[in-house]
Unconditional design. Structure first.
Lengths: 453, 434
């Protein structure tokens, strides 16, 4: 019995409802695997000249680049083959719908556009899974892609050589107030316990900026710069429980007060600078560098303060042990460092007729892990990542009278190689011990876009 | 003109970015958009633009220009319980709408239009409140702190049946569910493992309308739309057995709704509207759920299906430089809730709980009043060149709560409760059609 009620108090009334509205994790699928098949096959090196629906992620300035009304939709899937000590980590696959919309316009000579784009997982909008911090977990792949990305932007083209775009990203954080009352029957808890609860749960809005610019000095060169703001979703819980423990004579008052706060999601600010070069009309080359501010990472391990009081009659003092106090917990700095991601992409147009187009693409980018070696109690698993992508696009341009424009079909395949990383613990009695982590990730997708001139 | 276009684009750029995460009910209470709320929440037979994505997606097919609009709406509550002001947080939020005629050729020319509308509260995306049933609460009025998302598509069937339009749309909400396992870890400490999921829920909207230039009719069905928050808690490795807990409840609810409407263009400048909305509130199960398998259920809320009649008028004043539309309307919103009363608690299986042959009753303090809704508004349309137009609409509403006497007191020994009040709402929108 000793510790039982402590556990009941802490587990039932403390840490559990605390997470009721905290299904948020760091970043989203486009950060990890790209958005849209054309841009993904170019390794995301499209900041300088993107103009399709994926501009809603890569660079909103590109929305005003073309003159076509574009509506795109596609599907995307990821399979993880990640292992720790050669044992498959069973990281969930990611599958989802991608979409993008570009609506251009012109008034009094000013070209502008607005756009919508996103990624929606097909099994759920988002999923968050927390485990014991001591258990090894792939920090950037277990939770990270399992959340939606949705964005809308406006872009202007005040001069032919300059495009600017921006919007406000939009996410939510949560605050929960919980009250539990009633009776908790010890002899027959499943039959005679009559607990009830009330709750106020707020999902509060958080806005963060997304800004981009493209500079087009001539038909050969194009440059782009984009900035995405930081997103820090803090979740708070205030819970109060007042229950009577029954089954041991007169009801025994139990009072619990819990206050917790945690960072359920952290998306670092990032900036990307890129250039695209067309040595001939049929060849497009691009390169860019992305800075990601992982050093500002906020630990997902939260803080908590707990008060537990049970007014035990003296005759039960030996039956139920009530702790004098429950230690508060505070987050541990994760110690991540910034990441610079180089990207290159190439596209070759094999056919470029009035009624048909066919292109082949390839790309590569490298992500060094921002997570330091986990020598202590924490086990945030990650490794460097080499990403190779290929793709192809087919454009149908002779569709009148139904469509004065085009329909494109783009497909891509992406392979990620994570070379094995060895973690050596500083303590010989560390529960997790030393381990090796690495593996492979396979992803691919298909996007269809209709463009109206 | 170029400066004006840039000026208009700046707030668009700043405010447009809103994703669709979850949705529902402010539009059920105050209407959606800015034209319809000024016309007593009508629009099933004549709506066009982004607000048609909720009112009747068939109306989207009237649109011939791409458009985007931004706006703001707010309300102020003065609801009284026994003469004391009852605290209901007033909603304030931004609105965004867009319409996108699809420029197909051939047999699809000028037929298909997509549209969407969003409302985002300033403070919260979603407020889920699950109160004890004996705590005074306004379950119908106090459910507006939630984001709203509507998408629709309308199709003009002229040529096959001139004047006939059909549409389909969705309203979106989200369920938040999860599981928690409490266990001993390797260091013999109690820890919790959590998995939560955000699942989208959709309520379809189907609509049809017909007009011959002078008369028009429309009908729409909006599906029930619900949002749950819930977390199942299981504890193991404990010295005592703890019952599984479920925390949460039904935090947002829109009932099945059917609306029919007729309009008469008495002159080229005068529109008269008659409307009826049926809300099937009888399907509302109440917000509470059992905390444990052996916990009692709250008494059944026993709400009723209600019919809301509405009338409205719109007069257009035309000038060479602009159009001004003057709007007014009235709606009667009957309360679906019976008076607050003593009601029988239900046992774990939903049967009336009886102890010693006597039903166990508690005060069920769900409060609501009939509402008389008076609305007015103005709309201005001004061409800005290249076939583009700027629109500005503003509206106001006064919801007068008819005084109501309830069957139970606020506290033991007091007089039965009496509820009265006034709700004021208003908003504006600025749009660009191009």
């Amino acid at each position: 019995m000793r510790g039982g009620l402590t556990a009941v108090g802490v587990a039932l009334l403390v840490g559990l409802p605390a997470q009721l509205i905290t299904a948020r994790v760091a970043a989203q699928a486009p950060d990890t695997f790209g958005l849209g098949s054309r841009s993904a096959s170019l390794a995301g090196a499209v900041t300088a000249d993107v103009e399709d629906g994926s501009a809603n992620y890569y660079n909103p300035a590109g929305l005003a680049r073309g003159g076509a009304l574009r509506l795109g939709v596609g599907y995307f899937a990821v399979h993880h083959a990640l292992a720790i000590d050669d044992v498959d980590s069973n990281v969930d696959p990611v599958r989802g719908l991608v979409f993008g919309m570009v609506v251009p316009g012109e008034i009094a000579g000013l070209r502008f556009a607005f756009g919508l784009g996103g990624h929606l997982n097909d099994e759920r909008l988002s999923r968050f899974r927390s485990i014991d911090r001591g258990r090894p977990r792939w920090e950037f792949f277990d939770n990270r892609p399992h959340r939606p990305f949705l964005a809308a932007h406006v872009a202007l083209r005040p001069w032919d050589w300059l495009l600017v775009g921006g919007g406000i990203g939009f996410q939510s954080t949560s605050t929960t107030i919980l009250d539990i009352r009633g009776s908790l029957d010890l002899p027959r808890p499943n039959v005679d316990s009559r607990l009830k609860h009330s709750m106020i749960g707020d999902l509060q809005t958080i806005r963060y900026p997304q800004l981009g610019v493209q500079v087009v000095p001539n038909d050969t060169w194009s440059f782009g710069l984009v900035y995405r703001g930081e997103l820090d979703l803090r979740n708070r819980l205030f819970a109060e429980g007042l229950a009577g423990i029954t089954g041991l004579g007169d009801p025994i008052p139990l009072y619990v007060l819990i206050e917790t706060a945690s960072v359920g999601a952290f998306v670092p600010q990032q900036a990307s600078l890129g250039a695209a070069f067309r040595p001939t009309p049929a060849v497009r080359l691009s390169a860019e560098l992305t800075w990601i501010d992982w050093s500002d990472y906020r630990s997902s391990i939260g803080s908590s303060d707990v008060i537990l009081t049970i007014d035990l009659p003296p005759e039960l003092a030996g039956v139920i042990d009530v702790p004098d106090s429950i230690a508060s917990s505070r987050p541990i700095p994760a110690g991540l460092h910034d990441r610079f991601v180089p990207r290159v992409g190439a596209e070759v147009s094999a056919i470029d007729d009035e009624d048909l187009g066919l292109s082949f693409r390839g790309g590569y980018y490298y992500e060094n892990t921002p997570i330091p070696e986990q020598t202590g109690f924490a086990n945030l698993v990650d490794a460097d990542r080499h990403v190779f992508s290929i793709g192809a696009g087919l454009a149908l341009r002779d569709l009148e009278p139904l469509i004065d424009g085009f329909v494109t079909f783009d497909a891509h395949f992406q392979y990620s190689f994570l070379p094995e990383r060895v973690t050596r613990k500083s303590s010989l009695v560390d529960p997790a011990g030393d381990y090796r982590a690495g593996g492979h990730i396979f992803s691919g997708g298909l996007t269809v876009e209709v463009g109206f001139q | 003109m170029r400066a004006a276009a840039i000026t208009l684009s700046i707030p668009l750029a700043v405010l447009i970015a809103l994703p669709a995460t979850a949705a529902a009910t402010p539009q059920d209470l105050f209407g959606f958009g800015t034209r319809s709320p000024a016309l007593a929440m009508t629009g099933v037979a004549f709506s066009e633009g982004a607000e048609a994505s909720f009112l009747n997606p068939a109306g989207l097919s009237r649109v011939r220009r791409r458009s985007i609009s931004l706006g703001f709406s707010a309300a102020a509550y003065s609801v009284n319980l026994d003469g004391d002001r009852f605290p209901i947080e007033a909603p304030r939020g931004s609105t965004i709408g867009f319409c996108l005629p699809l420029p197909f050729g051939g047999f699809l020319r000028d037929r298909l239009v997509l549209g969407g509308g969003f409302y985002t509260p300033v403070g919260v995306l979603l407020r889920g409140v699950v109160a004890y049933p004996d705590v005074p609460q306004f379950p119908v009025l106090d459910r507006v702190q939630v984001v709203a998302v509507q998408f629709g598509a309308g199709m003009d069937l002229s040529g096959w049946v001139d004047g006939l339009r059909v549409g389909v749309g969705i309203s979106a909400l989200a369920d938040l569910t999860g599981d928690v396992l409490v266990r001993l870890n390797q260091e013999n400490q109690f820890v919790s493992e959590l998995e939560t999921q955000l699942l989208s829920t959709f309520g379809p909207i189907l609509g049809v309308s017909y007009d011959n230039g002078r008369f028009g009719v429309g009908a729409v069905w909006r599906s029930e739309l619900m949002s749950h928050m819930g977390l199942d808690v299981q504890a193991t490795d404990l010295p005592v057995e703890v019952p599984p807990l479920t925390v949460g409840g039904l935090v947002q609810y829109d009932p099945h709704t059917v609306a029919v409407e007729g309009v008469w263009h008495a002159t080229d400048d005068l529109l008269l509207v008659a409307h009826a909305t049926v809300r099937f509130w009888s399907g509302w199960p109440g917000p509470q759920q059992k905390t444990t398998m052996s916990s009692d259920l709250a008494p059944a809320p026993e709400l009723s299906t209600v019919v809301s009649p509405r009338v409205a008028v719109e007069h257009t004043v035309r000038d060479t430089r602009f159009e001004m539309r003057l709007r007014a309307g009235y709606a009667f919103e009957p309360s679906p809730a019976p008076p607050a009363r003593d009601a029988t608690v239900r046992d774990r299986d939903g049967r009336p709980r009886v102890e010693g042959g006597v039903p166990v009753q508690i005060p069920l303090r769900y409060l609501d009043n009939d509402r008389h809704v008076f609305t007015a508004g103005i709309g201005i349309v001004r061409p800005v060149g290249d076939g583009a137009r700027v629109t500005f609409d503003i509206y106001g509403q006064a919801h007068v709560l008819a005084p109501r006497d309830h069957d139970v007191a606020r506290t033991d020994g007091a007089q039965p409760m009496r509820t009265t009040g006034l709700v004021l709402a208003g908003g504006w929108s600025l749009g660009l059609e191009f």
